[in-house]
Write a protein that binds this ligand. Sequence first.
Ligand code: ADP
Length: 256
Amino acid sequence: FASATALLECHGLERRFGGLVAVTGVDLRIDRGEIFGLVGPNGSGKTTLVNAITGFYPPQKGRILLDGADITGMKPYLVAKRRLARTFQNLALFNGMSVLDNIMLGRHVHLRPSVAKTALYWWLGQPEEIAHRRVCEEIIEFLQLQGVRDEPVESLPIGLKKRVELARALVAEPSFLILDEPMAGMNQEEKEYMARFVLDARDERGITVLLIEHHMDIVTGICDRIMALNYGEVIGTGLPREVVANPRVVEAYLGK
Ligand code: ADP
């Protein structure tokens, strides 16, 4: 059932909300080291599919394998412990906190769970605290955020806010990263920066990426393969140029 090269496999996924079928019959395989794009018109089920994979809205039908392990219906924090990190479509940053503090929050998956252990951690755990900080500082450098590390996040332009979100996902040291419209609201230069960082995350850190993205120039520019959804169903999978030229995909976009 599980393929050796696949990092993620979905078989026959279905997620309904009451009478509404948001996603149905979705089969998906993402190989290690791929940048895999997920496209489709608004309301086609992209976020629902990601929410099913990450455990926020478990599927009512189908199976999900991550790195060979069945994670179907697993709670989001347990999925996160399996080295899956995500960013959200809408910014989820904490205003009033600095860039560095927002990024530090991304280390929570590595903190110890119980209160007693947490107390011990604060008492004995100085070296660990320093290790967390070191990872954050390293990612800040990777994403070229040094110049704003102590600024309050709300003071930043959208391009940098989205980069802080990416940083917060990367400090969890994921092997699989899901980005939900990381370039939304950006100007051309900001988009190109973000595209470069996504490529670098894969090329330099070996991170496999699932990218929900509306900008077709970005999708065809950086994705190895893509899948298109419409009304919750897969209408095309393959090389980006092939899928965007697929008549069903063209029709789905023009029909809106
Ligand atoms: P996309 O991400 O492609 O824009 P979504 O996955 O957000 O699409 O939405 C797919 C469909 O499921 C839409 O019709 C949307 O209204 C519906 N939907 C998504 N989340 C919920 C929810 N929590 N409750 C009810 N309906 C939802």
